[in-house]
Design a protein around this ligand. Structure first.
Ligand code: PMP
Length: 281
């Protein structure tokens, strides 16, 4: 069952008018929230980022946090898997096609759930391949906008090259992945790019830095040059659905010794333990 504008229904029955501004302009924002054992993970943080995205596109939040929580819980309850990936989407609604904001139009609110497919152990054991590309997106990548055409094209470049993700470079510095945040390890120090308008402030990114703080893992938040990426000891990818993954090949060359490294192993373990603690709590 999905949720659409006040109603729960099977996805096959859900319909959106063609004049929805999400369809016409990509005028909307979204969130993806992982659910473990039927509990949304880091829900408050996801709702805060949703508010940031809505503020960024000047769209009023259609729901209070309590309302969101209740709607999301209902969608989770309606779906059979214990681990789920919640997708939440708000557009500026249905109006005659005109770039200017329409007046008096209700936003479209859509929530669906899919099974959460975290990376299998075999993939974590070898690590994934990535390519690099020029970050040709706009300058408000901190907004989780549904207009994802650049991200779609950049991710497909990776798939066409037999890789999983595209690591984005802007003016000589690494920003993030096409649909993930990227960390680099050098001299046993975890390096994270600073959160700014050039990247999405990842919820998983924050968890990783909190874990680094809590367990005295040395880290620096600073700009990471293309050279530092290409000569990294380890490269790590994070996202809500992929959690933490090692990137062991970049542009066809091994990263470090080409195997998942000690930083990945430690952070992966800490992340899994943290998840269990939160779920029990
Ligand atoms: N950057 C981009 C462009 C993304 O699409 C995602 C995945 N939503 C991320 C980073 C990772 O963010 P999170 O950890 O909140 O899933």
């Amino acid at each position: 069952m999905i949720y659409l504008n006040g109603n729960f229904m099977p996805i096959e029955e859900a319909r959106i008018p063609v004049l929805d501004r999400g369809f016409i302009f990509g005028d909307g924002v979204y969130e993806v929230i992982p659910v473990y054992s039927r509990k949304p993970f880091r829900l408050i943080e996801h709702l805060q980022r949703l508010q940031h995205s809505l503020d960024g596109i000047r769209l009023q939040n259609p729901h209070s946090d309590d309302e969101w929580r209740s709607l999301l819980e209902q969608v989770v309850a309606e779906n059979e898997n214990d681990d789920q990936s919640l997708y939440l989407h708000v557009t500026r609604g249905v109006a005659k096609r005109d770039h200017a904001f329409p007046k008096g139009v209700a936003p479209t609110v859509f929530i669906m759930s899919n099974p959460l497919l975290t990376p299998p152990r075999e993939l974590l054991a070898t690590g994934a391949a990535a390519i690099t590309a020029n970050d040709n997106r706009w300058l408000r990548c901190d907004i989780k906008a549904i207009s994802l055409l650049p991200n779609v094209l950049l991710r497909q470049m990776a798939i066409d090259a037999g890789a999983m993700e595209t690591v984005l470079l802007r003016e000589g510095f690494m920003t993030e992945g096409a649909a993930s945040n990227i960390f680099v390890v050098r001299n046993d120090i975890l390096l994270a790019p600073p959160k700014n308008h050039l990247m999405l402030p990842g919820i998983t990114y924050d968890v990783v830095l909190e874990l680094a703080d809590a367990y005295q893992i040395p880290y620096e938040v600073r700009e990471i040059s293309e050279y530092e990426v290409r000569t990294a000891q380890e490269i790590l990818l994070t996202s809500s659905t992929k959690e933490i993954m090692p990137i062991t090949r970049l542009d066809g060359k091994p990263v470090g010794d080409g195997k998942p490294g000690a930083m990945f192993e430690q952070l992966y373990r800490l992340y899994q333990d943290y998840k269990l603690t939160v779920m029990r709590g």
